[in-house]
Design a protein around this ligand. Structure first.
Ligand code: SF4
Length: 543
């Protein structure tokens, strides 16, 4: 265990205060590439340079096929449909054996997942939702990690038929934020809202390529704002949700402090994929996207986030596609599969033709059943439920074992610093469903007995990739995380909470401390001085 530098707050608040960046904390050094001026690269030429065939073919099966086995997935779905039409219920013993495997924190095979998928009995489904939550508590305790998205450019060369950012949507107001504008966004996110983690989003475009992302990340990590306790507030982890990249560029992004690299396949159904991503843009290449996590692993980025956009096709195909993907990564990379899985549902977006064509809009019941199944299929993987979903659905999702939620989210370009209406269809990718502030979410989570964690320690002291997977699988990761959650929650309560949420939070911390003393006595000698220092204004202490 290791302790970070202490950033005690002293002096008079100023507009910004000096803080060490994540990469400086780690003692790393990197050189930023030259930032290409906006419009200086011809998009057509740039697009032709993106896909590197050798960085696909090296990962194919010996017979040239992919790890996504379409015919096997289709057969499993057809079997489920046949069982439904014959009114056959799944054998109880078979269910118990599979769930026992989930409880031992092992990922399920496609065949096992397909058996669970066939369950229709409401009581069995409800019992499995409870099991899913109990597994989440064993692996992740009662913590929920929060973050916020930051969209910094909506220019995109692709023409995804479900997205408002797509190139041929002439009504979208295009904008790429300058580094000064990014700084203004981050000041609001860290200084007013209190976020410590963000996921950075851009469209795929030469003006928002790896060079722009590296400058943006360097800028974001450099922003530090004094809070009311005069402590320095800053972003401690940046995850990226961007386009697939080459091994070389992923390695460069890692140097600047890339946390989790997220790329969602959108759909694993390759025929539908081709229809939804027409033309010759980089995204039209199914395999370039499918193997981007292999490239990330080979670049040393070992926290990767998978996802699919639910509502494009039969949700069961995507579930089995996601499971195939994480099992493929596990088998190739020493047991390191997906660090997180996201499951956004298709939402209203400006001028997105596929929204009126799809026959696969997912009901709330199916969505919540999907979350139960995901938790059972990949018991140790973080599950992210974003503010795309309405509050009521997210509250139910909490009961199925999700681990991460965003709040105070704005997804318009420049929307945090601009005092504009919350949602603007002509500047954002889709419309949000849950408008709760971070403070409201934290209060609601406290009411439900969940502690909000802002901890970013694990990644910064090497608990990532294979190490974090091992800790998650043997359910010991929660030991560190419980104590770090308490410290970071204390920080947030002191720096940002209003009286009502602070009172709720303090009652929750008192319970957490009691539990920690009983369950984790071996760590208390290290924890207690850190906690006391935090109360007195030191920040960013962790075990
Ligand atoms: S989904 Fe992504 S790649 Fe496709 S148009 Fe939208 S921003 Fe571009």
């Amino acid at each position: 265990m290791k302790q970070s530098q202490e950033t005690a707050s002293t002096g008079t608040p100023t507009e910004t205060v000096e803080a060490k960046s994540l990469t400086e904390n780690a003692g790393d050094r990197y050189e930023l590439p030259e930032l290409k001026p906006v419009g200086s690269v011809e998009p057509g030429k740039w697009m032709r340079s993106i896909v590197i065939k050798d960085e696909i073919t090296r990962y194919l099966n010996a017979d040239g096929t992919d790890f996504i086995n379409d015919s096997k997935i289709r057969t499993l779905i057809e079997d489920a449909d046949r069982a439904k039409s014959e009114n056959t219920e799944v054998d109880r013993k078979q269910i118990d054996d599979i769930v026992a495997k989930s409880k031992s924190i092992k990922s399920l095979t496609l065949e096992e997942a397909a058996v669970l998928m066939r369950i229709r009995d409401p009581e069995t489904r409800a019992a499995l939702a409870e099991t899913a939550l109990s597994i989440k508590k064993r692996v992740y305790d009662n913590r929920i990690v929060t973050f916020a998205p930051l969209y910094i450019s909506n220019d995109c060369v692709n023409t995804c038929r479900y997205c408002g950012f797509r190139h041929d949507n002439g009504c979208m107001k295009r904008q790429r934020l300058s580094m000064d504008e990014i700084r203004e966004e981050v000041k609001v996110m860290v200084g007013t809202l209190g976020h410590k983690r963000m996921v950075l989003d851009v469209g795929e475009h030469p003006d928002s390529d790896y060079d722009y992302l590296m400058h943006a990340m360097d800028t974001i990590y450099s922003v530090s704002v004094p809070t009311r306790t005069r402590a320095a507030a800053n972003i401690r982890r940046i995850n990226l949700n961007v386009a697939p990249m080459s091994i070389e560029h992923l390695g460069m992004l890692k140097e600047v402090g890339l946390g989790t690299f997220q790329v969602f396949q959108e759909t694993y159904d390759r025929d539908l994929y081709a229809k939804l991503h027409p033309g010759n843009s980089p995204k039209s290449d199914y395999r370039w996207r499918l193997y981007c996590m292999h490239r990330a692993m080979d670049a040393g980025v070992d926290d990767v986030g998978l996802g699919a956009l639910f509502g494009l096709t039969d949700w069961r195909f995507e579930l089995l596609g996601l499971l195939s993907h994480t099992r493929e990564l596990e088998s190739r990379y020493n047991g390191v599969g997906a660090h997180t899985i996201s499951f956004p549902r298709l939402r209203s977006a400006q001028n997105a033709p596929y929204l009126s064509e799809t026959k696969s809009i997912m009901s709330d019941d199916d969505f919540l059943w999907l979350l139960t199944l995901l938790r059972l299929c990949v018991p140790y993987t973080g599950l992210i439920c974003t503010a795309r979903e309405p509050k009521e659905v997210r509250e139910e999702a909490l009961k199925r074992g999700i681990t991460q939620m965003d709040a105070s989210s704005k997804i318009g370009i420049g929307a945090y610093a601009r005092s504009a209406k919350n949602q603007e269809e002509d500047r954002q990718q889709f419309m949000l469903g849950d408008g709760r502030s971070l403070e409201e979410l934290i209060g609601d989570l406290a009411d439900a007995g969940s502690i909000t964690s802002f901890c970013t320690a694990g990644y910064r002291i090497g608990r990532r990739g294979g190490k974090i997977m091992r800790l998650l699988r043997d359910c010991s990761e929660g030991n560190f995380c419980k104590l770090n959650a308490i410290i970071t929650f204390r920080e947030w309560l002191d720096d940002f909470a209003g009286p009502e949420v602070k009172a709720k939070g303090e009652a929750l911390i008192a319970r957490e401390l009691d539990e920690a003393k009983k369950k984790l006595p071996q760590f208390m000698n290290q924890f207690e001085p850190m906690y006391q220092k935090t109360i007195h204004g030191c920040r960013d202490l962790y075990l």
